[in-house]
Design a protein around this ligand. Structure first.
Ligand code: MG
Ligand code: ZN
Length: 220
């Protein structure tokens, strides 16, 4: 294969078993967060606006409690550490592309994935309440107000040079999946790929992805 394989892996619901933002909101329960979540799911409100608003309702003083909560409750999907090693052993760059926030994504991946290989949103705790920062917002070609714009990131790795493999679980991975050369999907993303006839390989654990990449000859 002349093009360099490169992996773009979602975090919430993909690397971790469940969605951490939802878990954080359920736990710390700022009044009104559920209505915002419903608006986002119904696409009446953008992801960036909804996530920003939900965290803006939590005091900055909760930072350590939130990090501790995520570290104690979030579970890595089976095979993820082995998958990281597999990518390293085969010289395949692995990027985490996450709509999550740095203050819990980085600690969860500590010792597994280098911070330079993590694209996620940022945070500012200097004010009364938590402010989310958006270093990877949409470019002019995306009108979704994603917050973290996965298609904009993929674009930095041109098709001509890279065999782009996208791994994800939900609607936020769909635009990237459409652009990818290869897709590994679970949960809602499987349904969307089927609906839109996007070629994809369903997976449950990261061991499934390792054996599929071996079978397909993506790795030597
Ligand atoms: Mg996800
Ligand atoms: Zn976007």
């Amino acid at each position: 294969m002349s093009r360099q394989p490169i992996l773009f892996c979602d975090f919430d619901g993909t690397v971790t078993e469940t969605d951490n933002i939802i878990a954080i909101m359920k736990k710390f329960n700022p009044p009104g967060w559920e209505a915002i979540k419903e608006d986002v799911l119904a696409q009446r409100r953008s992801i960036r606006s909804g996530v920003g608003q939900m965290f803006a309702m939590l005091p900055s003083s909760l930072k350590e409690d939130i990090v501790r909560f995520v570290l104690e409750h979030a579970r890595l999907r089976s095979g993820f550490p082995e998958f990281v090693r597999f990518a390293q052993d085969h010289g395949i760059p692995l990027y985490i592309v996450s709509g999550g926030i740095d203050f819990f994504v980085h600690p969860m991946l500590e010792g597994l994935v280098d911070q330079a290989n993590i694209y996620c949103n940022g945070s500012d705790f200097s004010g009364e309440t938590i402010r989310i920062l958006w270093p990877h917002a949409c470019d002019e070609s995306c009108q979704n107000d994603c917050g973290l714009c996965k298609p904009a990131i993929l674009k930095q790795y041109p098709k001509e040079r890279y065999h782009r493999i996208v791994i994800g679980d939900s609607i936020t991975d769909l635009a990237a999946a459409k652009q990818a050369d290869e897709v590994f999907a679970r949960d809602f993303l499987v349904k969307k790929c089927e609906e839109l006839a996007i070629a994809h390989t369903p997976f449950n654990t990261f061991y499934d992805i390792i054996s599929s990449l071996e079978q397909k000859g993506v790795v030597a």
